[in-house]
Design a binder for this molecule. Sequence first.
Ligand SMILES: [Zn+2]
Length: 366
Amino acid sequence: MLSIETIQVGELATGQALTVPIYRYHQGRLGPKVYLQANVHGAEVQGNAVLLQLLERLKSCTLNGEVTIVALANPMGINQKSGEFTLGRFDPITGVNWNRQYLGNHIDVQHWLKQQSLNDIEAVYRDFRELLVEETHAALQSSWGLTTGQHLCYRLQALAQQHDLVIDLHTGPKSTRHLYCPKVLADAASTFNIGCVLMMPNEFSGAMDEACFHPWWQLKQLLSQQGIDAPMAVEAFTLELGSQELIDLKAADDDALGILSYLKYKQVIDDDIQPERMTRYACELKDYRKLHAPKGAMVEYHATLGVPHKQGQVLAKLLSMENLNEQPAITELHAPADAIPVLHFASAAVHQGTELFKLMTNYYEI
Ligand SMILES: [Zn+2]
């Protein structure tokens, strides 16, 4: 059964409500609750297509539990156009990244846990979840008000917190598929059909995935100090599925299959959908390095995204035409280390200092 509701995530100066459609799908069987959202960054539209394909495929699967699908999660972002391009990565009012405005956990988990009976871990988990949702609702009622971005993020967060598995769909600018995977959930990384994996520290820095898994990581650690080896009650990942400003229904269907493979691993579906056999590379998030443009130029990009490159290999050619008498028009930009280029800047015209590439260094196979 598919049900539809809308939530309000903001209000325009002219008074119109900004709303987001929420789809819930279940087949009446008990199981984990899954939350998927897409397009928090305006130009990153491909996740919407992935959710559409996923919903179609789910209808022919045996589903245990419930799937909540939030496409077009940021109406301000996708409507923020400049000429023919969509901007929408940063809140235009504050300049803050839309995906860095979720609420961190301010609960003193250690103090709270001391007041709980540890005989019934399920009850501890249930009460902890209620507390987290209450905290987000309380923040939404702050008498000091919230920023535009916080209004959006906290409402999405309050919804996501009521689920067990959270998947936030993004894209890079020009990008190969990559996965942000919390280290504590590393075992799940090879269940997605994604060749590049960034292993995140178990920390919070404002993103949706971190906001969802981090309090549960804190709880798990404290329980472990009490000699209780409890599983992570909530898993959360960010999937970066290709490039911005692009809808590709075939690629979206492939990515829907990858998500189903993870859902099979979590026993959300019974169908035999296995991860693809592929080479998967991972690196620590601290080894995911930015390569900045050494000069203002026009750029011909040469790197093949997702493929290991040797130190010194040409990643791009830079064209500068301001002084052809004294310097060559074309210079090469080389890989500063052995690395896998994951994404590059979308435009061929760059200022000095532009974040031109992001590269996985010190990578390893998983
Ligand atoms: Zn994004």
